[in-house]
Structure formats: C-alpha cells, structure tokens
Design a protein around this ligand. Structure first.
Ligand SMILES: *Cc1c(COP(=O)(O)O)cnc(C)c1O
Length: 350
C-alpha cells in the first residue's frame, strides 16, 4: 500500500532532551492518519504530528466509540527496527473494534501505516536500558450527528512517543472492593477509551490514600483479583507463577502471555486460574507470597512493593535480579532490543 507523506519541516528532534523522557509527553515528528467514510477507507497519509479538528457533535465525544492500542519498537545495535509481537496488537484492535461496533481496520492500513511511520521517525527511537519508542494507534468515531447509533465515519491515527521507564518509584497498589472497571458482558477485554475514564475516580481515591494504583476485583463478589491499572497481575506463591485466568472482564495482555510462556519455557509451574483476595492476604501473612508484579507494554514488568487492603499494608520483598520478575524483565528487555536469540519468534522486523 502506498500513500502520500508530508514531511515535518523542520524536525523537532533537536529540541528534545533524550536523557529526560517522561512517559507519554513527547511526540515524534509525524503521524499516520486514515479515514473511514461511508463504507470505504480513504485518505491514508503521513503528516506532521498536529491537532485534529472534530465537530462538537463528533460521535466519539458523546457515545464513546474510541479504542486504542499500545506497542513498542526498539532499535538494535545494527540500527534495525525490532517490533515486539505487532500482529497481536493488530488482532486485539480488531476484537476491540468489533465490541465497539466499529469497522475493523484493514491489516494493510494498520501494518503499512505503522511500518512507514516508524521508518520515517526512526531517529526518535531511544536506545538503552528500558527505553524504546512507544506506539499509540487510536481509532474513533467522527460522525457529526447527535443520536445514539454506530457512527458511519471514523479516523484511525498512529503516533509515537519516545519513552524511558514507566514506574520509577515504588509501586503501591490497593485492593479495590467498592468500584469496578468492568463486568461480565461489559467491555473489559477491549482497549476501549471509556474503560479508562471510568477507572480514574476510584484510582484517585486510592491515590489520596497513598497508593499509585488499584487492584481491581470481580464486580459481582469483589473476592477475586483481576488486574491493576493498565497491567495484568502476577504472583509467585511457593515458587509457582499464579495469575488470574483471562475472562471477558480482563484485558488479554501481550506481556502477560509472553511472561507466562517464558516461565513455562524456563520450566516454572504456571497456574492461570481464579485468584482470591483471601489467598493473597493469607500468602502475604504467612510469607509464601514471594513476588507480585504487573505486566504491560507501557509498564513492562513492574514489581509491586506494597499491597494495601482495608487500611492494612503488606510489604513484598524487593524484586532483585535473581527473582523471577527480575530475570523475566532482563530477558524480555534483551530479547526486544535484539541482544539475545529469540526462541519464540516474537521479534519482528516488518
Ligand atoms: C493494555 C493493558 C494491559 C496490558 O496489555 P499489554 O498487551 O501487555 O500491553 C493490561 N490491562 C489493561 C487494562 C490494559 O489496558
């Protein structure tokens, strides 16, 4: 697929301090844009990163048909561009689109747009430990008609942001038993914008109590842990990797899948099952809970230092390089940056 490219002139790259890369605040020179208008994909193009215009009646503003993805690209020492499991993001975006009643984005639009955009802005890919170019595809409804119905017009955009580590301080999480992010039959498995809007208030309440994030529990009984923020949750209990099994209320993380397969590859026992709040509290109290961490593209593998529950804090031993989380983080970092053999076929050059 070919499409026009309008170069940013001049490039903004010389104004960026690549030693300071707060997550999600700095954007590369260009963006890929494609429009869906009355049944056809039109106007695929690469243009300078810039604001977009939208009618105040724009459907996304009122009825929330908006989904996104998050992925990363790395540069190896030979200067080649290495993507981590990009087709998984493409497939998940399709399943999110179906749930939000949006037309699927054709594979060549997603993949060719991605490839050309990253080639053009490859100077923005930071190298070094924990650094990469974060890629944000976003897809939303643009009909300028008020009335609750699936939009007939959409815009798909890919833009990128050079990033360093996501959580730089201790990660403290609180088990949430009042609010829910999703429910059976809801949109929890989709990367739908509204899921995050609804999560902000309970997260703020937890932050006012001194935590960074909440651990969501199942909406019906609040007795099973689900996930945390934009991360899936994992525990090491008695040397077994324990993680909540996938369900329609949880986002099926690509990092989650990668960590599970890595653990199995290393011969570790893995249990994907219901994980109860009570068993986590018991394991924290009797010292059998060795590790707790979140997994996600943005946060990578983020060790949890404190789990709070009903006013009581439990501290988890520090995740040194010899822990499972420490080893998995190191392995995946090296794999994604092309420093070691890839036994899984996860690293793609596109
Ligand atoms: C994106 C996301 C994750 C992590 O998914 P990855 O594919 O590993 O990046 C987990 N939970 C939620 C709610 C998310 O939005």
């Amino acid at each position: 697929m070919s499409f026009p490219v309008t170069q940013a002139n001049p490039s903004r790259i010389s104004q960026i301090d690549f030693n300071q890369l707060p997550f999600g605040r700095i954007f590369s020179d260009h963006m890929f844009v494609a429009d869906y208008q009355h049944g056809a994909w039109v106007n695929a193009r690469i243009i300078p990163f810039s604001p977009i215009s939208l009618s105040p009646a724009g459907a996304v503003l009122h009825y929330g048909q908006a989904i996104f993805e998050g992925m990363k690209v790395y540069k190896n020492e030979a200067g080649e561009l290495l993507y981590f499991r990009p087709y998984e993001n493409y497939k998940r975006m399709q399943s999110s689109a179906i749930r939000l009643c949006m037309p699927p984005v054709p594979e060549e639009i997603f993949m060719d747009g991605l490839k050309e955009l990253i080639k053009l802005d490859q100077a923005w890919i930071p190298t070094g430990k924990g650094r990469s170019l974060y890629i944000r595809p976003v897809y939303f409804a643009t009909d300028d008609v008020i009335g609750v119905k699936a939009s007939e017009n959409y815009t798909f955009i890919i833009f990128t942001s050079p990033t360093g580590p996501y959580y730089t301080d201790e990660l403290k999480v609180e088990i949430e038993k009042t609010y829910s992010r999703s429910n059976r039959g809801g949109t929890g498995y989709a990367k739908a914008a509204g899921n995050y809007g609804g999560a902000l208030y309970p997260t703020r309440l937890a932050q006012q109590r001194g935590y960074n994030q909440v651990i969501w529990t199942d909406a019906a009984t609040h007795s099973r842990v689900e996930e945390s923020g934009t991360m899936n949750l994992m525990f090491v209990i008695n040397n077994v990797l324990v993680t909540p099994s996938l369900s329609p209320s949880k986002l099926a993380g690509i990092t989650r899948d990668s960590v599970i397969r890595l653990a199995q590859h290393w011969g570790m026992k893995v249990e994907e099952r219901d994980v109860y709040v009570e068993e986590i509290l018991t394991a924290l109290e009797n010292g059998t809970l060795q590790e707790a961490f979140g997994t996600g593209t943005a946060a990578n593998i983020a060790p949890i230092s404190v789990i709070g529950h009903e006013g009581k804090d439990f501290r988890i031993p520090e995740a040194g390089p010899e822990t499972f989380a420490g080893k998995a983080l190191h392995f995946l970092d090296e794999l994604k940056a092309g420093k070691i053999e890839d036994p899984f076929g996860w690293v793609a050059k596109l």
